[in-house]
Design a protein around this ligand. Structure first.
Ligand SMILES: Nc1ncnc2c1ncn2[C@@H]1O[C@H](COP(=O)(O)OP(=O)(O)OP(=O)(O)O)[C@@H](O)[C@H]1O
Ligand SMILES: [Mg+2]
Length: 365
């Protein structure tokens, strides 16, 4: 049996673990044409969840719009056109409706040799305006042949960086008229996204139902991983699965990567588990060194403090003294930056977001 686990990319069966409750919740919101704000830390499985739910939809056309790397309204419109192109299999019809809905744009079809997928390019002959955003949505509706639609904007936080303060307002104005369409706004920069949707002064205030995506529960990992080993006629103890999931702090990406690396092992014991863990930390060490070098002294100390304590009792005098931090306010100031950089998060207690980074930091604590 081929290794059922993967290291990178969007996952589907057999590499997809559970998320049944989340799938049902998202599906219900889509059917009810409700807007959803789906957010989590990096690599928790937002994109995989959206695409999994999209694949199972009946009588609703799913449109997936990846905004990653877009820096302008033009990029937003192009991504929307790309999303629409996937739902219209006939390229001649697609080009016709693009020409009829958006003026001053040229479309080209190509083939991406890396992803082995058809690729669509769009370029404006002039500066795109608000009417073009509206026109791009019309295009989606026509491409969907007027069936019910759900549109997912993945990496939606990019919108906040376009440097066009009116864009959010324009977009809201357009979306408000689409009460029969469900929108999913997904992203990982919690601060930016929650500010966009929870700040009464912002255009997207209360525009969507909040759906935070958490890590995956240990019991769900046990069922999923146990089954995959069983199907392959391989043996693994439940205690070993528990140990690994705990080492990965239930982080979906790391649990997946850990088992990908462990899969060829015939014997699974503590030595083998330690070896895999070390290999995973080593692979990231250059990247972690770059992050570490970019931190101030107090930020490094604060990071060591929460890595070692798991966020418990960090303001206690002996904790501060152990890391040569003079005052609690130094920790608070350092944590603010670490949170902004998504290196640490506060959820009751402060913790390091990336469990592998935490282990790397702990090595020299
Ligand atoms: N349901 C799942 N079961 C098992 N592993 C998962 C699941 N969802 C995500 N993963 C793991 O997490 C990784 C990241 O998944 P995905 O790209 O869907 O997350 P994301 O939250 O969209 O990430 P990003 O923040 O980079 O956009 C996958 O490559 C996979 O290893
Ligand atoms: Mg994603």
């Amino acid at each position: 049996m081929q290794n059922p686990f993967v290291v990178t990319g969007i996952v589907d069966n057999p590499s997809f673990c559970n998320r049944r409750k989340e799938q049902a919740e998202l599906k219900a919101h889509i059917r009810n044409a409700q807007n959803v704000l789906l957010f989590s830390h990096r690599r928790y499985g937002k994109t995989s969840l959206i695409l999994k739910v999209f694949k199972a939809l009946r009588n609703i056309t799913p449109v997936y719009v990846d905004l990653y790397g877009t820096t302008s309204i033009e990029g937003f419109i192009k991504s929307l056109i790309k999303g629409a192109s996937v739902i219209e299999p006939k390229s001649s019809r697609f080009i016709k409706i693009v020409r009829e809905t958006i003026s001053g744009i040229s479309i080209s079809f190509g083939f991406d040799p890396i992803s082995q997928t058809p690729n669509i390019g769009a370029s404006f002959e002039r500066q795109p305006a608000a009417v073009d955003i509206e026109a791009a949505f019309q295009l989606v509706k026509r491409a969907a042949r007027r069936k019910k639609i759900v549109i997912a904007f993945d990496e939606f936080q990019e919108v906040a960086g376009y440097g066009s303060p009116n864009f959010e307002k324009e977009l809201r104005k357009i979306l408000q008229h689409h009460d029969h369409i469900a929108y999913i706004f997904a992203g990982s920069q919690r601060h930016m996204l929650t500010q966009m949707f929870n700040d009464a002064k912002r255009a997207f205030y209360q525009m969507a139902i909040s759906m935070p995506l958490d890590r995956i529960a240990t019991e769900d990992y046990i069922d999923w991983i146990g089954d995959l080993y069983l199907q392959a006629g391989k043996a693994i103890d439940e205690t070993a699965i528990r140990d690994i999931v705990a080492r990965c702090e239930n982080h979906p990406k790391y649990v997946q990567e850990f088992f990908y690396t462990l899969w060829p092992s015939k014997k699974i014991d503590t030595d083998q588990i330690n070896a895999v863990e070390n290999a995973i930390i080593e692979k990231r060490s250059v990247e972690f060194m770059n992050v570490w070098d970019s931190l101030s002294l107090n930020q490094k100390k604060a990071l060591k403090l929460i890595a070692a304590t798991g966020g418990q009792q960090i303001f206690a005098a002996e904790s501060l003294a152990r890391y040569q931090l003079n005052t609690a306010s130094q920790v608070v100031a350092a944590m603010k930056v670490l949170e902004q950089r998504e290196l640490a998060a506060k959820n009751g207690v402060y913790r390091v977001c990336d469990p592998v980074f935490r282990k790397w930091v702990q090595r020299f604590s």
